[in-house]
Design a protein around this ligand. Structure first.
Ligand code: GDP
Length: 644
């Protein structure tokens, strides 16, 4: 029997928030208090929590628990011993290394890691200890420095694509190309024996879309700013996206070959966004380049190397690979091809893997120069053939022990996916905000603010920042603010950051509304500053209740009266404004006074029944149980809507 988290919490008489925290600590994947738990998990949790309660609030997690081992366990045995569900252990163990199968004994190094992860310490028997000592001689962890992965971002036309091209052309030798130039989503270049990987598609989507799915593809962002154009709206947007993803930024001031450049002004403008160049006492590396004339590119690559050194990126080449799907395609001859950027570990032809809801065995491995290779290590972009079905860009890719292991995990993921769809979980909205704060799911209200003018933007930013709720730690955090209409990237950023979008005096087009809906991002539009502030305050206080508001659909003026036997009086009318429809409510107004309120019995255009009639058209209107219609009467059509 399945149970939702909150049901189990009720059953155990503990707050569901506490149970959620507990599940997370135990490595049991749940999304929220609506998530389903299976029978085994429920039993296990009950056992642990009830025994914990018996110990009168002793904090189970804080103590180190000892397990005694005289025979190396397999996964199933370990699950029983630790009282952790098998599936949870399987999900976790692939982070530590490869095990050959569920039934075979777990290598000691992985065993140590996984056991430690759950807060246990192993006590080996004498015999086992000797065995382990001999095993330890072959060192299994080998940390190597990992090439940084770069995404190029910036305003449109500032030269991102040109820069990517020039780096690729001048740093990949001709024979390396092997005649194949097609993109696999990323490429690797070598500079002074150091490697750098570039994500092929410029723009911050690379990390925003990925981050929306909880993964990070980029180590460093190169922000391209055209020297003759300066800091533009998308420059600022890109900065905000990189910051939100916690990716360090290197600035490439491009097009310095152009006349009318103003590098100093760019530096000054950028400093407003905490990007202060080294010569101004800051920490941001800034390089002047011309992508078109191939100038300063070496310096830029060196700056990237330097930044990478500061980041001390490391990976272990001796563990099974983990990585990200960066591109997918369907090839007529070769089938499904997934481009994978390996983030840690190594992979080989013949390895089994999982990626999102897909799994498979690596049949072919192709590098970014189009060559067939046998194996690949950290920060290498590769094309892989052998997927069971199309993975999605942004899916996490992982090597697993065998086919069976892969299928079990994918099966579980499919189940999760199904229950996710059923739950139809929604993201942050002003309506559920208070509840989410109370449940500890969110602590701040993140906002993306878009307005019509700089003036309104400044004013709103100031006021919103000042909103504070007494005795509560919640506050408004503006993660991005800009002048102009809401864009797709705003929606993606909101989705990735669990933010809502607030628009002032702007109207997003239908497409954006659609994307907002599909991403479950709330878009709130206001025309009055006071309303905006008021609603956000109320939402933080939990006062926001749906209000029913009347709105006028249209008005018609009576210009002719027809008396029809058996039917009654029909008002030959002219629609003055709006659009009237048969299902609306109506009221009849004469000389500014309300004469009648009710429903429409008939709405016709030239004897034909009409559902709706637009402004500037004539029509015949019959009113329910009302015949006293006079010339010049105004028939007002109105309806209600729920406003939040
Ligand atoms: P993106 O939209 O940021 O990818 O910009 P593109 O790379 O497509 O470049 C836009 C335009 O600027 C193209 O016409 C490029 O040739 C030009 N461009 C790019 N870099 C330079 C540069 O360093 N100097 C000059 N003069 N033009 C450049």
């Amino acid at each position: 029997m399945k149970m939702r988290v909150y049901e189990l919490a009720e059953n155990l008489k503990i707050p569901s928030k506490e149970l959620l925290v507990f599940l997370k600590k135990e490595g049991i994947k749940v999304k929220n208090h609506m998530s389903n738990l299976d029978k085994d998990t429920i039993e296990l949790i009950k056992e642990i929590i009830i025994s914990d309660k018996k110990k009168k609030g002793e904090k189970r997690k804080k103590q180190i628990k000892i397990i005694e081992i005289n025979k190396l366990p397999n996964l199933k045995e370990l699950s029983l011993q630790l009282k952790i569900p098998l599936l949870a252990i399987m999900q976790k163990i692939i982070n530590f290394g490869t095990i050959s199968s569920i039934d075979k004994e777990i290598p000691t190094n992985i065993l140590q890691d996984i056991v430690k992860e759950y807060g246990f310490k192993i006590k080996y028997s004498e015999k086992l200890r000797n065995k382990i000592k001999s095993q330890k001689k072959d060192k299994t962890t080998k940390l190597v420095s990992k090439p940084p992965v770069i995404t190029i971002i910036g305003h449109v036309d500032h030269g991102k694509t040109t820069l990517l091209d020039v780096i690729r052309k001048t740093n990949v030798t001709k024979d390396e190309f092997g005649g194949i130039t097609q993109s696999i989503g990323a490429y690797k270049v070598k500079i002074k024996n150091k490697k750098i990987v570039f994500i092929d598609t410029p723009g911050h989507e690379a990390f925003t879309t990925m981050r929306a799915r909880g993964v990070k593809a980029t180590d460093i962002a190169v922000l391209v700013v055209a020297a003759d154009d300066g800091v533009m709206p998308q420059t600022i947007e890109a900065i905000n996206h990189a910051k939100a993803a916690n990716v360090p930024i290197i600035v490439a001031i491009n097009k310095i070959d152009r006349p009318n450049t103003n590098v100093e002004k760019i530096k000054k403008d950028l400093s407003k966004y905490d990007l202060v160049s080294e010569e101004w006492g800051g920490e941001t590396l800034m390089v002047e380049i011309s992508a078109l004339k191939n100038k300063g590119i070496k310096k830029l690559l060196e700056a990237i190397s330097l930044q990478a050194e500061i980041l001390e990126l490391e990976a272990n080449s001796n563990i099974p690979a983990k990585g990200l799907i960066i591109e997918t395609k369907l090839d007529k001859k070769r089938g499904i091809i997934g481009s994978v950027l390996i983030q840690d570990g190594s992979l080989k032809v013949g390895n089994y893997f999982i990626a999102g809801l897909s799994y498979g065995k690596i049949r072919n491995l192709i590098d970014d120069k189009g060559r067939n290779i046998k194996e690949a290590g950290p920060s290498t972009p590769v094309e892989i053939i052998g997927f069971s079905k199309m993975p999605q860009a942004g899916d996490y890719f992982q090597i697993v022990p065998d086919d069976r292991f892969a299928k079990i995990i994918i099966n579980e993921r499919e189940n999760e996916e199904r229950s996710k769809i059923i739950e139809e979980s929604s993201k942050v909205s002003l309506d559920n905000l208070f509840l989410e704060i109370k449940e500890g799911k969110i602590d701040n209200l993140k906002i993306i603010l878009k307005t019509d003018t700089q003036g309104s933007l400044d004013a709103l930013q100031e006021t919103l920042k000042k909103i504070k709720i007494e005795n509560e730690e919640v506050k408004v955090v503006i993660i991005h603010a800009g002048v102009g209409n809401i864009t797709e990237t705003d929606v993606m950023l909101a989705s990735a950051s669990d933010a809502i979008i607030v628009g002032f005096n702007i109207r997003p087009d239908a497409n954006i509304q659609k994307i907002g809906k599909s991403e479950k991002v709330e878009i709130r539009l206001y025309r009055v500053i006071y309303d905006l502030i008021d609603e956000i305050k109320s939402a933080l206080l939990g006062y926001l209740k749906p209000k029913i508001q009347e709105f006028i659909c249209g008005q018609a003026e009576v210009r002719e009266i027809f008396k029809i036997p058996k039917v009654g009086t029909i008002a030959g009318s002219y629609v003055l404004n709006g659009k009237i429809s048969k299902n609306d409510n109506v009221r009849l107004i004469r000389d500014g006074k309300l004469i009648y309120e009710g429903k429409v019995t008939s709405l016709k255009r030239f004897k034909e029944d009409a559902k709706e009639v637009n402004a500037d058209f004539e029509c015949g209107i019959g009113l329910e149980k009302f015949n006293d219609i006079k010339l010049k009467d105004i028939i007002e059509f109105y309806n209600f809507k729920e406003i939040k």
